[in-house]
Design a protein around this ligand. Structure first.
Ligand SMILES: Nc1nc2c(ncn2[C@@H]2O[C@H](COP(=O)(O)OP(=O)(O)OP(=O)(O)O)[C@@H](O)[C@H]2O)c(=O)[nH]1
Ligand SMILES: [K+]
Ligand SMILES: [Mg+2]
Length: 378
């Protein structure tokens, strides 16, 4: 039996197994098996040439956003509208056949926007250019899942399933579980919270299942190590989340659901879609709500712009340093010059991150969006 068949067998078994206390171990095991085979599926195949996977577009700018969606939802129309790059748009499906990068300039940041071929059900298993598209999606900072507002919700759940099946977790945070394989000592299991979905026994079963053939490949660890591990739940996680932690190659990614073509639906329908979590409604055709989409995208990217200033001079507002949210003064130093942090005495910061403007701060101070900084060297 091939891996795809094994996967489909297990999926069928999960579907027909009733979910209750008596079946929770059985289901946990099935899910562990499923994750194991899917991990194998993700291994680069030896037959197909690995070159070309991911369309090889260079990362550039301060962040990367990938446009994922069914064919003809308006991805290329969107790219052409938001960037100075033109990507062919047409009323037939699979107009776009490769990855087309453009740049959105927003609040001083260069955001790389990637137009991609449409993907369909079965993409994760290699249908169409599904695998390549998903490989690109994995490298993004934010995914825009573009949906046709005139089509049903089924598009959204199908795409979510495709991404889910290759280890991409949308709008979820990494499960707060400490997991460390050991050389010996068995499995030490602890939790700092009351667990309602996992137990010590289930965790052991899942770990032992992982020891089975194939797990070494997925985990890149020797089999014995999985019999010995330290596990600490700091959150009431589900068996699936625990499996995610031991498999270890998951990506946790913000995703914005963008419903395009709202010029074609009723106001009531627009209103209903707009109220969904993580969702924005737009019309590329009529240029509706695009500013709001950019604002949301900016929020999801969580970038921070810092302006520098020299002593006795005005801040340089023309050239922002773009950093990830939560960046410290030390991060700013590294961006300016490699050796600056070692010569650092203190910094003066004006902005929302400080109580006073300016305020003297050290290397560990956390910067906020649009702060101004002046660095004083030793
Ligand atoms: N009514 C309406 N049509 C739109 C809108 N945006 C795009 N379209 C049309 O939808 C069709 C498909 O647009 P594309 O931009 O080619 O879609 P795509 O998602 O890039 O398609 P593929 O590359 O084939 O996957 C074109 O005929 C567009 O003119 C919109 O907001 N409203
Ligand atoms: K199209
Ligand atoms: Mg296109």
């Amino acid at each position: 039996m091939g891996i795809l068949e094994k996967i489909s067998e297990i999926e069928k078994e999960i579907a027909r197994t009733q979910k209750n206390k008596a079946t929770e171990y059985h289901l946990g095991l099935l899910k562990a098996k499923l994750a194991k085979y899917r991990a194998q599926l993700l291994e680069p195949s030896k037959s197909a040439s690995s070159k070309g996977e991911g369309f090889d577009v260079m990362k550039s700018g301060d962040a990367r956003v990938a446009l994922i969606g069914f064919p003809s939802v308006g991805k290329s129309t969107f790219l052409s509208l938001m960037t100075s790059t033109a990507s062919e748009a047409a009323s037939y499906e699979f107009t776009t056949l490769t990855c087309i990068p453009g740049v959105i300039e927003y609040k001083g940041a260069n955001i790389q926007l990637l137009d991609l071929p449409g993907i369909i059900e079965g993409a994760a298993q290699g249908k169409g250019r599904g695998r390549q598209v998903i490989a690109v999606a994995r490298t993004a900072d934010v995914i825009i899942m573009m949906l046709d507002a005139t089509k049903g919700e089924v598009q959204r759940s199908l795409l979510e399933k495709e991404l889910e099946s290759v280890g991409i977790r949308l709008n979820k945070h990494k499960p707060n579980i400490y997991f460390k394989p050991k050389k010996g000592g068995g499995i030490s299991f602890n939790s700092t919270v009351t667990l309602t979905q996992c137990s010590e026994k289930l965790v052991q079963l899942i770990l032992h299942e992982y020891r089975a053939a194939g797990a070494q490949v997925a985990l890149n660890r020797s089999p014995s190590e999985i019999f010995n591990a330290e596990v600490l739940f700091r959150e009431d996680c589900s068996p699936d989340e625990f499996i995610d932690v031991i498999v270890g190659n998951r990506v946790y990614m913000p995703c914005l659901y963008v419903y395009n073509k709202i010029d074609q639906i009723s106001m009531e329908e627009v209103d209903r879609l707009a109220r969904k979590p993580n969702s924005v409604v737009i019309s590329c055709g009529m240029k509706l709500n695009l500013d709001y989409l950019l604002e949301m995208l900016w929020e999801y990217l969580a970038l921070t712009c810092i302006y520098t200033k020299k002593r006795g001079q005005r801040p340089d507002f023309t050239d922002a340093i773009i950093l990830r949210k939560g960046a410290s003064v030390e991060h700013v130093c590294h961006r300016i010059h490699r050796s600056l942090a070692s010569q650092f005495k203190y910094a003066l910061v004006w902005g929302t991150s400080t109580k006073y403007s300016p305020q003297r701060v050290g290397l560990t101070h956390t910067m906020e969006h649009e702060d101004v900084i002046q660095i004083v060297k030793k």
